[in-house]
Design a binder for this molecule. Structure first.
Ligand code: HSE
Length: 414
């Protein structure tokens, strides 16, 4: 029998306990060992839990117990999860986690510690909830050079955008529903401001390119400025607005990496990924497009991925899984201002003739798009490919001429 500990008894942590207990027999068959939860760490009291006797408030109980071979860190956040994870790995315990913030900020260091101590640090649940993506990328697609990864990586924002697109629901009401359904982070700003998706694309990029891409190197923009007007224009244009995390290697070897709302064509494989579902498109040089799809958030899908990692660790107690990337730095990433892509712009002006002239002068080749019930003073258009710094300069020029720019959204080539 292998003893394990679960650190954190929130949405995911309680799901991990539930999955391990409810599937005890089938898991034992797959792991070729019975798995027993010896400790559950949480600072809160759970007197009515059927597992009340397993709870501890002391991390040292886990750290000092030689019998505990695998620890699931499902606390979230960097502190104290970083310290606890490091000490478990140094003590020769494998650690599995759903903690994308920790993996995205400290992954290179923790993977190196795991390697030095001949244990595993696995994080399948950190990206895409229940969707297998880390293992397929590190194993099944290992023969490929990854050309590009693009994904809908945050269930909460995808749920909100879907409600806005399909039900014309307000942003606030949709967010409230997502929170009630257990999709959102403790602080939902991490979802709606794009930080959660940023951590996930940073993890996928680090895995694909072998060097740690830190979240602060990723241009990140959330969905809080997306309006129902933009949603309507996207529909007239023939697509939808999705929050996309994207990374691609450019000809100069640098990475174009960002998280931002994008207009994507209805024919794109990601356009039909709705509600809490995530979709991740990986373009390999040998495989071409491979798409991963499934529930990207929620208690049991995420817990299922954590438990799968526990099983993997139990099966490889004396062997390391190859999952590794080295430290990285800012030189890996193309400065965002220099990246180029077409954009959609919506503006308001009381002098539409002058505004249209100015638009054509600053964005030659701009194509106007229409929507029903548009107010008299509104213009929306798409541009050809333009660098971020050039489009920002042109927008500043429009503003100087009394034209009020309401939105600028990247148009993807997905
Ligand atoms: N808040 C996250 C999401 C949870 O909505 O996708 C899963 O990482």
């Amino acid at each position: 029998m292998v003893q394990v500990a679960v650190m954190g008894h929130g949405v995911v942590g309680s799901g991990v306990v539930e999955v391990l207990e409810n599937h005890r027999d089938s898991i034992a068959k797959r792991a070729k060992e019975e798995i027993n939860i010896k400790y559950i760490l949480d600072i809160r009291d759970f007197p009515d839990s059927p597992y009340a006797n397993k709870f501890t408030k002391s991390f040292d109980d886990i750290l000092n117990d030689q019998e505990v071979k695998v620890v699931a860190e499902v606390m979230g956040g960097v502190n104290p999860a970083y310290d606890f994870t490091k000490r478990c790995l140094l003590a020769g315990k494998s650690v599995v986690t759903s903690n994308k913030e920790l993996v995205a900020t400290k992954g290179a260091e923790l993977l190196a510690i795991a390697k030095d101590n001949n244990v595993n640090y696995l994080f399948e649940a950190s990206v895409g909830g229940g969707i297998p993506i880390i293992r397929p990328m590190s194993q099944c697609l290992a023969a490929n050079d990854v050309v590009e990864i693009a994904g809908i990586l945050n269930g909460t924002t995808n749920f909100i955008l879907t409600k806005m697109i399909k039900d014309h629901m307000s942003f606030e009401d949709a967010l409230k529903m997502a929170q009630e359904l257990g999709y959102a982070e403790r602080n939902p700003a991490a979802d709606v401001e794009g930080h959660d998706a940023c951590r996930k694309i940073a993890i996928l990029a680090s895995l694909a390119y072998g060097k740690h891409i830190y979240p602060e190197l990723v241009h990140t923009q959330g969905i809080t400025k997306i309006t129902l007007e933009d949603v309507a224009y996207a529909a007239s244009w023939g697509g939808v607005i999705k929050l996309i995390g994207q990374v691609k290697r450019l000809e100069d070897g640098k990475l174009d990496i960002s998280v931002e709302p994008m207009l994507i064509d209805s024919s794109s494989q990601l356009a039909g990924v709705d509600d809490v579902f995530n979709g991740i498109l990986v373009k390999g040089d040998a495989t071409g497009d491979v798409v991963f799809y499934g529930k990207g958030a929620g208690k049991l899908p995420t817990a299922s991925a954590v438990v799968a990692d526990i099983i993997d660790c139990v099966k490889h107690l004396k062997a390391r899984k190859y999952l590794y990337w080295a430290d990285g730095d800012a030189s890996l990433v193309k400065p965002y201002e220099e990246t180029e892509y077409p954009v959609y712009i919506r503006l308001e002006s009381d002098d539409k003739t002058k505004a249209s002239e100015k638009v054509l002068e600053l964005f030659p080749g701009a194509k106007v798009i229409a929507r029903t019930n548009a107010p008299e003073n509104e213009i929306a258009f798409t541009t050809g490919s333009i660098s971020v710094s050039e489009s920002d300069k042109a927008i500043a020029e429009l503003e100087k001429n009394g034209i009020s720019v309401k939105s600028k959204i990247r148009i993807s080539d997905l």
